[in-house]
Design a protein around this ligand. Structure first.
Ligand SMILES: Cc1cc2nc3c(=O)[nH]c(=O)nc-3n(C[C@H](O)[C@H](O)[C@H](O)COP(=O)(O)O)c2cc1C
Length: 191
């Protein structure tokens, strides 16, 4: 069984990206994966500074986040698009987790892992541009990003009163992304 870690690049209350991530995670669970859902709000970490890292080491919560990445086979990541790119929150967490402590493997949080990526926006592009740079970032770190990805446009029109995704077609697509991620992670884990 694949173990997937799911997190969004937004800690906003009623985050659209959290809403789509919840559906993809459900799809992965239905495909037999064990999914750990976390919020980056619970892993608040300072903006990376190499001098502070040298003096104080990796902050506890950054290390805890990294250890979660290390202990999972793959990731489901939903990210908002900020100015055509990823939010600082997400990049900062990814940067901290790329730093090695003790006898950890170099880039152990990323190498040999798989990721299913998605974005949501009230705009017409659905955050399509953040997926380009997020894919590049993760692949450069050694994570295999699924060719399938989802950019959910005009997301505010696809939710119910509780902020959950209610559009059937979108649910199907997101669940399918979760399932594909779970299946690829399981295959790689088995090989
Ligand atoms: C600094 C900033 C830049 C943004 N740039 C974009 C953008 O380039 N494209 C886009 O579709 N939305 C952009 N947005 C709007 C976000 O898509 C919107 O805030 C969205 O709700 C964030 O996702 P969340 O609901 O998961 O927090 C931007 C928002 C902020 C705060």
């Amino acid at each position: 069984m694949a173990k997937l870690l799911a997190f969004a690049g937004s800690t906003r209350k009623n985050s659209y990206n959290q809403a789509i991530l919840d559906v993809a995670a459900e799809g992965a669970r239905e495909a037999g994966a064990e999914v750990t859902m976390i919020s980056l709000a619970d892993y608040a970490m300072p903006i990376f500074n190499e001098d502070e890292e040298a003096e104080f080491g990796i902050p506890e919560r950054a290390q805890a986040f990294k250890e979660l990445l290390i202990s999972h086979d793959g990731f489901l990541i939903a990210s908002p698009e900020y100015n055509s790119s990823y939010p600082a929150l997400l990049k900062n967490a990814i940067d901290w987790a790329s730093r090695k402590a003790g006898d950890e493997k170099v880039l152990g949080a990323y190498k040999g892992k798989v990721a299913g990526i998605m974005a949501a926006s009230a705009g017409g592009l659905g955050g399509m541009r953040v997926l380009v740079v997020l894919r590049m970032l993760l692949e450069n770190l050694g994570t295999m990003v699924l060719p399938t990805q989802r950019a959910v446009a005009k997301v505010s029109t696809l939710l119910d009163d509780n902020g959950a995704v209610s559009d059937e077609k979108t649910i199907k697509q997101l669940k399918s992304l979760g399932k594909e991620t779970a299946e690829l992670a399981a295959k790689i884990n088995a090989s």
